[in-house]
Ligand binder design. Structure first.
Ligand code: ATP
Ligand code: MG
Length: 262
């Protein structure tokens, strides 16, 4: 197998009184969809926040695309090709759907907004290309009719699609998704599964995904990593991992059945 696009080792994160991540590691191969699962409070969001650089780790090594990114802040990791979505949506609610995409692209582009505004000719051409790409992606995510609407006027399901489109417009190599299926109706979960698979197949984006919905995990993930109290307790194909007695044990009494069937 070629080198992984993401490889994380020996990560520790302590908050006052709690060791949220306790020496765990994980990797994502090029073109792979990896699920990060575990009971509530097992350290999943903390782990992905450290992967994307939103939160510093107390210790551990982070490598992305063959390069040590441990010391790099979130915006530099984003420029290297990491996108993310949040467990709680973080869109610009008062902007239109299309403007949310344009803004995301501007933030990720090497050329600054100023250069675009001042209108050097290549910048204006780039601007047009970005706008065309935004429209194409809105079509791709079934959002074209909503391009000019404010984000807050959309349903939660549509807002989640905007989050995905906003990540994809930055042309990431790795997309980190924290509970993308949360709050979605079953038909929208089906659409989400199909779209994430297409993001990988058509755009070649590797995916690290935190998810409680076991249908998403089973249908989508090539491999699953299980955290419990900040430690990796299992890793492997979803069918095997979700039947592993150690994993089932970790979830018992912590809402596994309730959430898995939800
Ligand atoms: N900013 C913080 N300050 C203090 N403690 C925190 C902070 N963030 C997380 N924790 C604690 O760290 C542990 C891991 O939390 P984390 O949010 O990473 O879990 P999770 O696996 O994402 O859970 P969930 O499935 O509920 O989203 C929990 O005990 C949590 O209370
Ligand atoms: Mg979480």
């Amino acid at each position: 197998m070629s080198d992984p696009i993401l490889s994380v080792e020996g990560v520790v994160k302590r908050f006052a009184g709690v060791t949220a991540v306790d020496g765990a590691g994980l990797s994502v191969g090029a073109g792979e969809i990896v699920g990060l699962i575990g009971p509530n409070g097992s350290g999943k969001s903390t782990m992905v926040n450290m992967v994307t650089g939103e939160m510093p780790a107390d210790s551990g090594t982070f490598r992305f695309d063959g390069r040590d990114i441990t010391a790099l802040p979130a915006w530099r990791r984003a420029r290297l090709g990491m996108a993310r979505s949040f467990q709680m949506l973080r869109l610009f609610g008062s902007l239109s759907v299309e403007d949310n995409l344009l803004l995301a692209r501007h933030i990720s582009m090497k050329r600054s907004m100023w250069e675009s505004v001042l209108g050097a000719r290549p910048a204006r051409e780039e601007e047009e290309a970005v706008r065309a790409r935004a429209r194409e992606l809105l079509g791709w995510f079934d959002l074209a009719p909503f391009a000019d609407r404010k984000v807050t006027a959309l349903s939660i399901g549509q807002q989640r699609m905007v989050e995905l489109a906003r990540g994809v417009i930055a042309d990431p190599r790795l997309f980190v998704l924290d509970e993308p299926a949360a709050g979605l109706s079953p038909p929208n979960v089906d659409r989400l599964i199909a779209l994430i698979r297409r993001m990988r197949d058509e755009f070649g984006i590797s995916i690290l995904l935190v998810e409680h919905d076991m249908r998403v995990v089973r249908d989508l993930c090539d491999r699953v990593v299980v955290l419990d109290s900040g430690t990796k307790i299992a890793e492997g194909p979803p069918a095997a991992v979700t039947q592993d007695p150690v994993v089932v044990e970790a979830y018992i009494g912590r809402g596994w059945k309730r959430r898995a069937q939800a």
